[in-house]
Design a protein around this ligand. Sequence first.
Ligand code: PMP
Length: 398
Amino acid sequence: MTDQPTSPTPLTSMSLEDAHTSGVYPKRALTIVRGQGAYLWDSEGRRYIDCVGGQGAANLGHAHPAVVAAIQNQAATLISCPEIFYNDTRAALLEKLTTAAGMPRAFLCNSGTEAVEAALKFAKLATGRKHIVAAKRGFHGRTMGALAATWEPKYREPFEPGVPNYTHVPYNDLSALEAEISDQTAALILEVVQGEGGVRPGDGEYLRAAQALCRERGAMFITDEVQTGFGRTGKLFAHQHYGLEPDLMPVAKSMAGGLPMGACLIGSRVGTLEPMTHGSTFGGNPLACAAALAALEVMDTEDLPGRAAALGGWMLERLADLPSRFPEKVREVRGLGLLLGIELRNKVAPVLRGLQERGVLALPAGVTVLRLLPPLVISKDDLELVAQAVEAVLTQSV
Ligand code: PMP
């Protein structure tokens, strides 16, 4: 799998980044210089099957021509235009996005954590209440409001005291919600599948009952679809598997085909939002909007949710016997669509290294879960190669 080298100086990039980057990311010793579809190339010209998928931002595959063309055209026309003005491209996107989501309005922003911040603020504005309920093992972002909803204590504790009035309840446990949601609760925020927390699918009955409880007690029901949105789980949005109607829905990642963008979809239970209660300089910029319009069109024309459902179902079955074949190494295989998790009995880091040596890039979800998040355009043949690489790594080592 070796092409022509694309850069003679991989060490230069690494030493420059090591010298000047913030230090907040654990780095792999790999300089990625190019992507196409479900492949990435490093600076040595080595090709990898990409199951990192831009951590969810590359659902359409790398360098999708429709997204490239939309960005090129819009960049030459108008890049920035704050929302104090109307804009033709933004108007078209808002219409397409809200129609696709079946929710009437949207606030446009630039990342997942901002989309979550918007949802939490809108819930507080809509209800006049301050209490937020979130789930254990949930992940919602790194800015202070979203961080307070994120469960993992080691992400939160260095920044305490954080935003007050958040509580975390066990996921998929209805009685815990019944005990926690009160007439003081502004919102319940849940992922439909917990992504970072270990690829843990929500139970449909639980999610429906959670929504009903929110309605009954006057709280907003927020489904965080930052990771599950835009086809990943086999529907355009994961809540559609269970017929849910969230009041607020943060999305981001693949929304604009890989360009930074987020949005908070707003349902009809959220009343009028007054001017100046929230905002963003870059929010709704025409460049991101043009990319998002193209990305939504590709979702339709290439039926990426349908591909994720079919290929994800196939891959889940393909990997289903791992726990019985490797009982000392694999605990469980689970997922929805092409959001797949293999829970190991030991740490995932050596498995990730073994996969990288075999030309497959993948992600952890916590310490022991191997997460596969490939672009939805990946071929079945490449998924078969990924499955074989996983088997080879499990056979050989760990
Ligand atoms: N919510 C969920 C469910 C996520 O998975 C993530 C990112 N992994 C975020 C929010 C935060 O998104 P971002 O990194 O774009 O701020």
